[in-house]
Every structure is written in C-alpha cells, then in structure tokens.
Design a protein around this ligand. Structure first.
Ligand code: PGA
Length: 273
C-alpha cells in the first residue's frame, strides 16, 4: 500500500501573519484528529502532509513546522545553482530553508507564464540532484479533453519532463491536474481521474519498470475539497491530492487529510522509499 500524500499549494497567498495563523490552526487540528506519518495497519493508510507556501513565507513556515509531521515544499525553482538570474531561487536555497519538496510544471506556470517542457525537465533534474522530491504536474485543458487529446498531452508532458532522468520512486510525485478543474469548482469525476491515473501508472511501468510504477505516487489536483476527497482518494490509482484553494483553510485541509482511505483487508503499509 502506497502511503497517501496530501500537499497544499498555497500559490501567491500567505503573508507572514497568515502563515503563522494557518499553520497553528492546522497543527492543532492535526494533533486532535490525525495520527499522521505513522503506520496504522488496521485503520487508515499512512498519510504524509506537505505544505507549499510562497517563497517569502518558507522561513516562517519552517520554524513553525520544526518537529511536526508536516513537510515543507516550494512552488518552483530555477535549475541553476546560482548566478545572474534575477528573481529566481535555486534548489540549494530551498534546501537551506528546510524544503523537502518542490512543485514543478504547475499549469499556472505552463499556461500563464509560458513555461516550456524543457525548462520543467531542467528544474526537475536540479531538484532531484539536490535531493528534493519533485512534484511534476501534468494535465490537459478543456479544449484538449474535448478534442480527445488528453492522453497525448499528458504523455508529452511526462516524457519531456522526465527525459533522461532516473529518479527513485520516492523522489518523484506525479500530480494529475486537469487544467479545467483547477480553481473552478469543477472536479474530474473519480472515474475520469482514475482512468488517467491508471494510464500514467502504465506509462511509468514502461518508462521505468513495473516495480517503480507500483511504488510511485500519483496525486490528483483540481478543486479537491473536504466533500469530494474521500471518493477521489478511494480510487486504486489515486495516492493523494494536490490541493489549492482548500489548503488555505485549516479546517478544510485537515478534513481532506482525514479523508484518507482505510487499509484494505490483508494489506499492510510499506514505506515509499
Ligand atoms: P485548486 O488548485 O484546488 O484550487 O483547484 C489545485 C492546484 O492548482 O494545485
């Protein structure tokens, strides 16, 4: 059983004061309701939690999360280690702040900032080389879905994003985020999401090997909320969620974490690495 992973993508939200308040409330709620990060074979699948505040709040968040079962992630990085790259942040800088994860290729960067696959591949390479876990986002627009191009688009994003890379299964998270479902309140049905997740897993088995595919975690993102998380997380190939808007409300985010499915009878949890 792959451990569930729930990641919060705060996007361009979170002053220092808001970061403190949100994390305090989240940690209190998790203390009360959640046995996180532990093996609980006869109850819930283990759940790993990551929050990805904006760069400016990472240091504040790192301080709050010290010793807590919530990991810290960034929302992007630059592939170079340093130098004349105005406005950019390197993998080493993120590591120094305590980040263990980084979101790469989010559709808002692909579509609003015209970020090409080649950059995303370089970013993922730099993240992996620095020992960060990369969260590689893929997903189709509504027009692409309506034109039956969903898999062609995702396949291209996967093969270009992973070109010549050999991550270990614990260092790579794929997030399937249909662009039409992000921030729109429209969620892919559990069946639609499961079908794409299955295809991604089959692709990973071909590209790497079946064991890798079996261990790799594929997250769903796009209007995940407390009231739809359980059915999504119960799909066999959905191993967690990348949550945007709902991760800014501690109660809602904690409820999504609590929606992690039960262990199936006869299975037990293994570590992802
Ligand atoms: P959303 O965003 O949950 O607000 O739809 C998800 C994401 O962009 O990662």
């Amino acid at each position: 059983m792959r451990p569930i992973l729930v990641a919060g993508n705060w996007k361009m939200n979170g002053t220092l004061a808001e970061t403190r308040t949100l994390l305090e409330e989240l940690l209190q709620r998790l203390d009360r309701t959640q046995d996180t990060g532990h093996k609980t074979p006869d109850t819930k699948r283990p759940v790993e939690i990551v929050v990805c505040p904006p760069f400016t709040a990472l240091s504040e968040a790192a301080g709050r999360l010290k010793g807590k079962p919530v990991a810290l992630g960034a929302q992007d990085l630059h592939w170079e280690a340093g130098g004349a790259f105005t406005g950019e942040i390197s993998a080493g800088m993120l590591k120094e702040l305590g980040c263990t994860h980084v979101i790469l290729g989010h559709s808002e960067r692909r579509h609003l900032l015209m970020e090409p696959n080649g950059w995303i591949r370089k970013k993922l390479g730099a993240a992996l080389a620095a020992g960060l876990t990369g969260i590689l986002c893929v997903g189709e627009t509504l027009a692409e879905r309506e034109n039956d191009q969903t898999w062609a688009v995702i396949e291209k994003q996967l093969s270009a994003g992973l070109d010549n890379l050999t991550p270990t299964a614990d260092r790579l998270l794929i997030a399937y985020e249909p662009v039409w479902a992000i921030g729109t309140g429209k969620t892919a049905t559990p069946e639609q999401a499961q079908a794409v997740h299955r295809q991604i897993r089959e692709w990973l088995a071909e590209r790497f090997d079946p064991k890798f595919a079996d261990r790799a975690r594929i997250l769903y993102g796009g209007s995940v909320k407390a009231d739809n998380a359980e059915t999504l997380l119960n799909q066999p190939d959905i191993d967690g969620a990348l949550v945007g808007g709902a991760s800014l409300k501690a109660k809602e985010f904690a409820a999504i974490i609590a929606a992690a499915p039960k262990q199936k009878e006869g299975t037990c949890c293994t570590e992802s690495s």
